[in-house]
Design a protein around this ligand. Structure first.
Ligand SMILES: [Zn+2]
Length: 368
């Protein structure tokens, strides 16, 4: 990996992020259904009964037992845990696309199949941001992220199974066909998760997802441009969704996706804060574009500003910055891709890349 290439990536990506942000702002301002900003979540009973087990009718997000990596096993797996990780960003999944950001269920399925065939294994945004990616040796992590809590991402039928054509249903369909493709994803929601207005329905959806191993994260209360808000308003926007997901039984969200990928005036305001007695302190804050993320073990990884890639073809601003482009680029540059050693403790990589490891990670290094 040459220094020149890194500089190129950083410089070009700065421009790309800006382009994608502008495009996304225009598109989303038109497409967003704004939840009512004055609505306050009603009291939802915290479930006291023992949690039901995940439904055995669906593929489980289990992982093979971890191995103890040696230099030899890491070399055999061609491990590179300092490599790049695609964090894919999805918006609405519609049979008939209305804006460029929309994907059809068929396009979603085709992308999942492509990833499965290329040896990618999904991890959640929290698993990625905290470096707890316990995927098999030789496989590559991918993070599947869905913004805005749209009904096309997830909904439950009367049979307690995901509705046909939703992102979750498509993911299970692919996981059945490709058992290595672990069915996990991250859903970043606003004030009305999955378009549901009733708190009981919201609780049922959020708890179901959590039980099955999915992550429900924070995407602010009503999707404002955080850059235009004062500190207190930024904290309110984040804390209200934090409180909602907790009250719904979705756990304490540990990741945040910035609306439009835009930082508040001070980046630190998004990462950590408090409002009305609600604290938040995220393991990861995610942007909206436009390149693969560096490994959480690599020098330069910033958990307060994690890169993502918009899922899309190669038209318009996506000619170079979206998933079709980047997944092909990673196919052509396997030496740049994160490849696991199968050992959650050790960080394995070809010896020549040793200079790229983060300072705090050095005692876990396993160069070969
Ligand atoms: Zn959004």
């Amino acid at each position: 990996m040459g220094r020149g290439r890194n500089t190129f990536l950083v410089r070009t990506v700065g421009i790309a992020n800006l382009l994608v942000l502008v495009a996304a702002t225009v598109v989303l301002s038109a497409a967003q259904v704004e939840p009512d900003p004055v609505a306050t979540p009603g009291a939802v009973e915290t479930p006291t009964a023992p949690e039901p087990a995940p439904t055995p009718r669906l593929p489980q997000p289990t992982l093979p037992p971890p191995v103890d990596a040696t230099r030899e096993s890491a070399a055999a797996a061609q491990a590179n845990e300092l490599g790049l990780v695609p964090v894919l960003m999805y918006h609405r999944i519609l049979r008939k696309r209305l804006v460029s950001l929309d994907r059809t269920p068929g396009q979603l399925r085709a992308e999942f199949v492509r990833l499965a065939r290329s040896g990618f294994v999904p991890v959640t945004a929290t698993e990625f941001a905290t470096g707890r990616m316990e995927i098999p040796a030789g496989s590559h992590p991918v993070v599947l992220t869905f913004d805005d809590g749209h009904p096309s991402h997830f909904g439950l039928g009367d049979d307690d199974l995901p509705k046909k054509g939703t992102a979750v249903e498509v993911l299970y369909e692919v996981a059945r066909e490709y058992p290595s493709f672990r069915p996990v994803a991250t859903f970043w929601v606003n004030g009305y998760p999955f378009g549901l207005r009733d708190r009981k329905d919201q609780a049922r959806a959020v708890q179901w997802l959590r039980r099955q191993g999915f992550e429900v994260g924070n995407h602010t209360w009503d999707h404002p441009l955080l850059r235009s808000l004062k500190h207190r308003k930024v904290a309110e926007q984040i804390a209200r969704t934090q409180r909602l997901v907790r009250q719904l039984g979705g756990g304490d969200p540990s990741t945040l996706a910035l609306p439009y990928g835009a930082m508040p005036k001070r980046p630190g305001w998004a990462r950590k804060g408090t409002w009305d007695g609600v604290l938040y302190d995220f393991a990861g804050v995610f942007l909206a574009g436009a390149e693969p993320s560096v490994s959480p073990y690599a020098k330069g990884f910033d958990p307060g500003a994690i890169q993502r890639i918009q899922s899309n073809g190669r038209k318009g601003e996506c000619r170079r910055w979206c998933s079709d482009y980047w997944l092909s680029w990673l196919d052509r540059h396997p030496d740049r891709l994160y490849t696991s050693d199968g050992d959650p403790q050790k960080i394995s990589f070809p010896g020549a890349l040793g200079g790229n490891i983060g300072a705090k990670m050095k005692d876990r290094a396993n160069p070969y």
